[in-house]
Design a binder for this molecule. Sequence first.
Ligand SMILES: Nc1nc2c(ncn2[C@@H]2O[C@H](COP(=O)(O)OP(=O)(O)OP(=O)(O)O)[C@@H](O)[C@H]2O)c(=O)[nH]1
Ligand SMILES: [Mg+2]
Length: 241
Amino acid sequence: MTAAPGPTPPSPATAPALPGAVTPAQALGWMHTARFLTTAPRLEFLPDHAHPEIAFVGRSNAGKSTCINTLTQQKRLAFASKTPGRTQSINLFTLGKQGVHDAVLADLPGYGYAAVPKQDKIRWQQVMANYLVTRPHLRGVVLLCDPRHGLTELDEILLDVIRPRVEQGLKFLVLLTKADKLNRQEANKALSITRLQAGGGEVKLFSALKKQGVGEVAHLLWQWAHPIDVDPDPDTPTPEP
Ligand SMILES: Nc1nc2c(ncn2[C@@H]2O[C@H](COP(=O)(O)OP(=O)(O)OP(=O)(O)O)[C@@H](O)[C@H]2O)c(=O)[nH]1
Ligand SMILES: [Mg+2]
């Protein structure tokens, strides 16, 4: 005789552990709602909005636009290309279902591309620094880095620029992109070196090609955009993923 089955425990794939929390699959569903909002050649042309904004920054060709396309599961939302320096403006994308926007992603132009004229380089470094220091609803920064090059001097400058905001609560993640090009040993080495360089900040491996880290990063970005209120107002409904 077999014992009668007890109540089935909730599956971790479908039941979030905390009220207001979502699973990685639900976070990916949320990312898939991404829609193009606007493109701005300069900071002053960026629209104001009241949603948490998450910026993707890093050297030219690091894989920022590809990462946004992979996370949102859309082929050509952000403009990715083999030619470095492809993204030359700040591109914003809104997230949220049924016209209810609850976050914005920003794809920033890459820096460090040698063929860019010096004047343009300086201008872009200023735009980037101003953006990172002044953007009012900036909630988090994802710094993308090709682990075969590691964090460079320009990445270090960026880390210095955002450090004060990170100390005030700005979320920060380093993504080591193109992880498909590394073997396990190289990946582990890149992770430990970058963790040291990033001063204890969070570092993850990511591959658009192998879809490595995609659910995990989507999940983290959801959490950044929807911090769980420790003393929630019972009248305020938690947004649906
Ligand atoms: N193998 C591999 N190639 C990748 C991956 N992610 C991006 N790439 C390639 O890297 C190149 C640059 O990608 P982009 O996404 O355009 O890079 P970006 O950082 O947006 O570059 P800029 O706009 O110039 O700043 C493209 O040829 C991509 O196909 C990855 O995970 N694996
Ligand atoms: Mg780009």
